[in-house]
Design a protein around this ligand. Structure first.
Ligand code: BG6
Length: 490
């Protein structure tokens, strides 16, 4: 199937952390794919920046592409063209060396789109922005892209936002949440707002509850240093899971204009019922993995990966969120995420209410409620679970089957990585899929009391075996309400 590609304006993309893991695994491959697709104009340049000198950045780029782009997508001519766009400057983010060289490289057309991608620790955001300003690089068409984590609580997020806001106006700030760039997340918007079937049912009168799961099989591995200061609540729930919750729960925006969408998401975040000291034990579960098995191989526990046994950082969270508004009152959103779980599955399950009365006799079997399952990964697609009659001439027996739309089968195209869309949106200046400052702060305002209550409880995360579905308390959390986690996933 041919995909329409519209070339973006010429741009200079400056990647701080240009020799890092994110650049190698995600940013360079994503830009390569867009180049290969013909979306990047001839004049566009990518300037990687890093503290340590890099004598052969071209070799770094070639190696990153060889490792992280599928062989069938690697085209020698495009690789050469792409490598020729890249450049490197050794620069001290907290000192003065290298900045004049960067400024000299960027000199030229002041109206050209210029994006500074900060793929570095958040402690460097403020010093880098200050120097961007001091060297006159914050032109009116400049924009800054921030990777998470954006703070570790509301107060630190405000401090980071203030420092960035001193240099860049909000319309120039692109806070990445790569979940928003995922194909199926986009499809959630299409499902809800490009069809008339679902929207009339999309409320407490017809929906029983919603589940959002982001399960990973990987452990923290070499990210333990960062991860131990964060934990699953900050790393996944504060951003990715709450963003998904917002897209499911928000009112229809008047358009896909960035502020129209973000205004609606903000209202959802503000309507989240606070979880404090008294609710913490019944509405949240946190866990930490112990040694076990993953994909058939023995794996170490979190403490061994970290190199110490005294960490109270959670690698798993399950919680029950409530939204206090007309559309959702009384209809919980169950969220769960964790490392080293039994399978890699991210999905949103919209569980509809059971039928009010059955006209069938006992022979027909149980009647399960409808479910809409939006699978983000792997096997992206949408399944609508319905009851049908078991085929055949016998009596009326019912069966629960999915109306199954697997995107891989339906569309014969490579699924772009989230970063491809997001990077092009940065160049286009489209902020719809990026978090606005007030959204980030509202998310922290809901997360902070949970962190506080956990800290004061003096309890440690519940252990779970690597390769399981997390602590049994997470099953109890949902089963206490007479519901179960979606069986397709667990
Ligand atoms: C990142 C988290 O934001 O998302 C990681 O920091 C996590 O800990 C990752 O592994 C998950 O992303 P994805 O796209 O693989 O679901």
């Amino acid at each position: 199937m041919a995909v329409r590609v519209v070339e973006v304006s010429p741009f200079d993309l400056v990647v701080f952390g240009g020799t890092g893991d994110l650049a190698a695994r995600k940013l360079l491959p994503a830009l390569y794919h867009r180049d290969h697709a013909g979306q990047i104009p001839a004049e566009a340049r990518i300037v990687a920046v890093s503290r340590r000198p890099q004598p052969d950045y071209a070799a770094f780029v070639r190696d990153a592409l060889a490792r992280h782009v599928r062989t069938q997508d690697l085209d020698a001519g495009t690789v050469d063209r792409f490598v020729a766009r890249t450049d490197f400057v050794a620069l001290d983010a907290t000192g003065e060396s290298g900045w004049d060289e960067l400024a000299a490289k960027l000199a030229g057309d002041p109206g050209r789109v210029r994006a500074f991608y900060l793929a570095v620790g958040p402690e460097l955001f403020a010093p880098i922005c200050a120097r961007i300003a001091r060297h006159g690089l914050a032109t009116p068409t400049a924009r800054v892209v921030l990777e998470k984590p954006l703070g570790k609580d509301g107060a630190s997020a405000r401090a980071v936002n203030d420092a960035i806001g001193a240099v860049f106006a909000e319309h120039q700030v692109f806070r990445i949440d790569h979940y928003l760039g995922k194909e199926t997340v986009q499809n959630l918007m299409a499902l809800r707002f490009a069809n008339t079937l679902l929207e009339p049912l999309w409320n407490a009168a017809h929906i029983d509850h919603v589940q959002i799961t982001a399960a990973e099989t990987l452990g923290v591995e070499d990210r333990a240093g960062y991860y131990d200061t964060a934990g699953a609540l900050r790393d996944m729930v504060q951003n990715h899971l709450l963003q998904l919750l917002c897209l499911v729960a928000m009112e229809p925006p008047t358009s896909l204009d960035a502020d129209a969408v973000r205004d609606e998401k903000l209202k959802v975040l503000k309507a989240l019922v606070p979880i404090g000291e008294t609710e913490i034990a019944t509405t949240t579960v946190r866990g930490q993995y112990r040694a076990g098995a993953s994909n058939g191989a023995a794996v170490r526990g979190y403490a061994e990966e970290l190199g110490r046994g005294d960490s109270a950082t959670e690698t798993f969270v399950a919680l029950k969120a409530q939204i206090a508004n007309w559309r959702w009152a009384g209809r919980p959103f169950y969220l769960r995420t964790g490392k080293r779980l039994a399978a890699r599955v991210s999905e949103i399950v919209v569980a509809f209410r059971p039928i009010p009365h059955s006209v069938f006799d006992g022979q027909a079997g149980p009647i399960a409620a409808n479910r809409l399952v939006i699978r983000l990964q792997p096997d992206e697609g949408v399944k609508l679970w319905l009851m049908i009659k078991d085929p055949g001439p016998g009596g009326m027996r019912l069966r629960h089957v999915p109306l199954d739309m697997s995107f891989a089968e339906a569309f014969d195209i490579r699924h772009p990585d989230a970063y491809e869309r997001l990077l092009m949106d940065v160049v286009r200046g489209n902020q719809t899929l990026f978090m606005r400052r007030d959204e980030v702060e509202a998310a922290w305002a809901w997360i902070d009391p949970i962190l506080g209550a956990w800290a004061r409880s003096g309890e440690t995360p519940k252990p779970y075996t690597a390769g399981s579905w997390g602590p049994s308390a997470a099953v109890a959390l949902i089963e206490r309400d007479g519901r179960t986690w979606n069986e397709d996933a667990s």
